[in-house]
Design a protein around this ligand. Structure first.
Ligand code: C2E
Ligand code: CA
Ligand code: CA
Length: 832
């Protein structure tokens, strides 16, 4: 598993735990809140099956009452039994007369015929006595369970009754006494207060009974019923601090006035300086220290459960024995205990403390699970969040990595886009961009364009690998040069390089230009041998107005000019070069169109016999339809662009076709000479083509002549020889055009296979004048001596014609007779 997945897993895991804990916490909280708002709510019986009467000896103010009721409710309600309570209130109305009155009241009100009780609970001695006395009359056949009986005799007597069973009220004074002398072992004075009620008397008896066992203690009794309230107060105040005070059964004073537990407790607590013990429930909340007493709730619950067994399950009441044991409760006021600086360790382990400041855990023990759940939930959510964060961090790292990769490949891409793969130089687009962003129009700078001469041949002759290596060597040398001179270098094309530099203006004499040319003068190794390369260089310098990018074009133009002028040279760009280039491109446009649209047509300039003025032939001169450009302009461009051969064949076809047409028309046709460019030399099948045309149009080869130039003769190779031979074999006459403009060596005329020499117009213009005419005359004679005829071109004036005829020239071609004519004019042309 990768880290990301682990984080994801834990993120989900913690989130789940968090959610579950949160739900549990909320459920628990809802439950707690509910029970908080219905505190101590005692559910009644679900459906009432039986009805019971609880006959209480006392009234609800009696100290045992609350505990007793709690136990009864527990025991009865859970068994679907409801109960009524009848109070005998014997603490106040306890005389025989009172009991008689109660009997009257009870037999009227609680008459079982009316109330239909099924069982009786009897609380304390008075109630039990009453039940025993009136069983026959009031409770006949009803099972009865008693509790809180102080008189063992009475309890035993009742137990003998088959319809009765119950619980003896255990006395836990002994425990309380033990606790008191353990907590205060140095206090030897013991005080007790009680009244003279049966319970009070019994208490006093118990208290004093310890005298024998503890002779070192002083025993003092305060009997409330023997004292006036003021005397009671006096007596209480007199209780010394180093005493132990027992608060026993005590409700009445001498005046027969009955005091509530609260009243008596307050009186005692406020006036007695000694620690106060009490072997009964209640009183501790008002300042009594504590003591042990019987657990009435347990006793009454057990009593109630016997009733339930009898009523619900048909148990036989007579089989239950008198219960003599009921557990006790030891309860102390924690604050008071601490007031005396006492430790809890001195008291039994199961002691219940009231007023004990509860620890946080105790106060919130119900809330604890909620809190724990919420904390766990929060921690889980935090864990989940942490994991999410870690995961995100992981993602960010991954993202950064892939971004870095992206940036890397971007850089590579940019490098690749900007650099030339082979040479590692900036490529064309990059160098031009670089130049445009570096240079400004008004700055001084120079742009240099270099093109290797004859690199194509290297590639063709040695293969591309050799060519590539050569380029690498040159690029290396150029880079070195550029670095040394603060120039920026790039590859402009296959074998073209471009450089530029700020703050430099170069001319042909600049040492830097020499340095550039010298780079190429060193021999470079190719495969097994060496080669010396050269370059044509064009330079364009800033002029303060031409934008930098235009200088790239200008440098290129200059470079082409260098190439055209013979290669291995430097040309500095000048404006007319540009004009020329623009013009050339226009020319190119028009002749390309002409190729496609039949845009070439022929004019025929008559050649006239100097002696007879007879038309002896024509020169075919090509024209561009609907164009201002004449052949002097477009022919060089066509030749430069490599279309020469195509044009050559086209013209030839037009001429042969014309001859064929004239012939068909029955015209008296004459030979037509066709200009053959030295560039057509590569069209090796030209002769075959011509031959085929002649056949096609049924024209005799003697009607076609070919005008060649000196340059073609100069390159005498096997190719030219073969060419001349094939013309001759075909029966085509060759003419030497433009004689006198080029090498003008009469020597080669001895071996060139031409029949006619055409003297160029420039010679006529230069030499056919007073004092120089002999030169023309000599040339004519020399040509004749070599067995060739001579044609004079560009004859415009009559006197020129006259002279030439006089000099024995053979043929005249010139405006004097006629300019080049359209075919229909030409064929019928007659010289005057
Ligand atoms: P070129 O072969 O020397 O052709 C003779 C040129 O001189 C022609 O110009 C012609 O019109 C011109 N010319 C003839 N008589 C006179 C005259 O009395 N005075 C003046 N000023 N000029 C005269 P064009 O037709 O403009 O041709 C110019 C050049 O173009 C030709 O020179 C030739 O080199 C080339 N050219 C023309 N037509 C063709 C062609 O069909 N094929 C090839 N390869 N080149 C051609
Ligand atoms: Ca010509
Ligand atoms: Ca010519």
């Amino acid at each position: 598993m990768d880290r990301n997945k682990i984080y994801k897993f834990y993120k989900m895991f913690f989130a789940l735990i968090g959610a579950v804990c949160m739900i549990l916490a909320l459920v628990q909280l809802a439950f707690e809140i509910k029970s908080e708002f219905i505190p101590g709510y005692q559910k009644g019986p679900d459906k009432v099956k039986h009805k019971v009467l609880f006959l209480s000896s006392y009234d609800p103010m009696y100290y045992t009452y609350k505990d007793q009721i709690r136990g009864i409710e527990d025991g009865l309600y859970s068994n679907d039994i409801e109960f009524d309570i009848c109070y005998m209130d014997t603490k106040i109305y306890g005389s025989d007369m009172d009991i008689d009155e109660f009997y009257k009241y009870f037999s009227k009100r609680y008459n079982n015929d009316v109330m239909h009780y099924e069982a009786i609970l009897l609380g304390d001695d008075a109630a039990l006595k009453f039940a025993l006395e009136h069983q026959e009359e009031l409770f006949k056949g009803l099972p009865m369970v008693f509790f809180g009986i102080n008189s063992l005799d009475l309890a035993k007597q009742a137990e003998a009754n088959p319809m009765m069973t119950g619980f003896y009220e255990l006395d836990y004074f002994a425990d309380t006494f033990e606790e008191a002398i353990t907590l205060f072992p140095e206090k030897k004075k013991l005080y007790a207060i009680c009244d003279t009620s049966p319970a009070g008397k019994a208490d006093l008896e118990k208290f004093l009974s310890y005298r024998g066992r503890y002779p070192e203690y002083d025993f003092h009794a305060i009997t409330s019923t023997e004292l006036e309230p003021t005397a009671i107060l006096e007596a209480l105040k007199k209780v010394p601090e180093d005493a132990i005070f027992f608060f026993m059964t005590c409700y009445d004073d001498r005046n027969g006035e009955r005091h509530s537990l609260f009243e008596t407790t307050s009186l005692i607590v406020n006036n007695v300086k000694a620690p106060i013990f009490r072997p009964y429930a209640e009183g501790r909340e008002y300042g009594v220290l504590g003591g042990t007493y019987m657990d009435f709730t347990v006793q009454t619950r057990n009593a109630a459960e016997i009733i339930a067994e009898v009523l619900n399950n048909g148990a036989d009441i007579s089989t239950y024995e008198l219960s003599l044991y009921t557990p006790s409760i030891t309860q102390y006021n924690y604050m008071v205990l601490k007031l005396y600086g006492l430790s809890e360790n001195l008291l039994p382990k199961d002691t219940i403390y009231i007023n004990k400041p509860e620890s946080f855990v105790e106060v919130y023990k119900n809330m604890l699970p909620v809190a724990v759940l919420i904390i766990v939930s929060m921690l889980s959510f935090m864990g989940s969040l942490l994991m999410a964060f870690e995961q995100e961090k992981q993602n960010v790292i991954a993202l950064k990595a892939s971004k870095a990769q992206l940036v890397n490949s971007q850089i590579k891409l940019i490098y690749q886009a900007e650099h030339d793969d082979l040479l590692g130089l900036l490529n064309r687009r990059a160098i031009v961009d670089n130049l445009n962003s570096t240079l400004t129009t008004d700055q001084e700078f120079t742009v240099i364009m270099l093109d290797l001469d004859g690199f194509k041949d290297i590639n063709e002759n040695y293969g591309h690998d050799v060519g590539d290596n050569l380029l690498k060597d040159i690029a290396k040398a150029l880079r070195k040069f550029a670095e040394k001179n603060g120039m920026t270098l790039g590859r402009y094309g296959g074998d073209e390089f471009i450089m530029f530099a700020e703050g430099k203006i170069l001319n042909k004499e600049s040492p830097l230009v020499d340095d550039i040319m010298n780079i190429f003068s060193k021999p470079l190794s190719i495969g097994s041998g060496n080669v010396v390369m050269s370059a044509s260089v064009g330079i364009s310098n800033s002029d303060g107005e031409t934008p930098p990018e235009q200088h790239v074009i200008n440098a290129e133009i200059a470079m082409y000019e260098a190439k055209n002028r013979g290669k291995n040279m430097v040309f500095i760009y000048e404006d007319d070069m540009k004009q020329k280039v623009i013009e050339e491109s226009r020319i190119k446009d028009s002749f390309l169109k002409a190729f496609d649209n039949d845009g070439f047509y022929m004019k025929y300039q008559p050649k006239v016999s100097a002696q007879t003025k007879e038309v002896i032939g024509y020169e075919a001169l090509v024209r561009l339809r609907d164009s201002k450009y004449g052949p002097g302009q477009f022919i060089p461009v066509i030749e430069k662009s490599g279309w020469t051969s195509r044009l050559g064949r086209l013209i030839t076809k037009l001429v042969v076709k014309q001859l064929g047409e004239w012939q068909k028309m029955g015209k008296d046709i004459k030979p037509i000479s066709i200009n053959f460019s030295s560039r057509q030399i590569n069209d090796t099948d030209y002769c075959k083509y011509l031959e085929a045309l002649l056949k096609e149009y049924n024209v005799d080869p003697k009607y076609v002549q070919i005008e060649i130039t000196e340059s073609l003769l100069m390159e005498e190779t096997t190719i030219t020889k073969e060419l001349f031979e094939s013309f001759r074999n075909l029966g085509v006459i060759l003419l030497l055009d433009d004689f006198g403009t080029g090498y003008s060596s009469l020597a080669y005329l001895t071996y060139v296979p031409v029949d006619d020499v055409k003297l160029d117009k420039s010679l006529v213009d230069t030499y056919l004048c007073e004092g120089k005419e002999d030169f023309i005359k000599d040339v004519i004679r020399l040509v004749h001596d070599m067995g060739k005829s001579i044609t004079i071109e560009g004859v415009e004036q009559e006197w020129q014609y006259d002279k030439l005829r006089e000099f024995n020239a053979d043929t005249i071609q010139g405006y004097y007779f006629s300019p080049p004519l359209d075919p229909e004019e030409a064929i019928d042309f007659r010289a005057e």
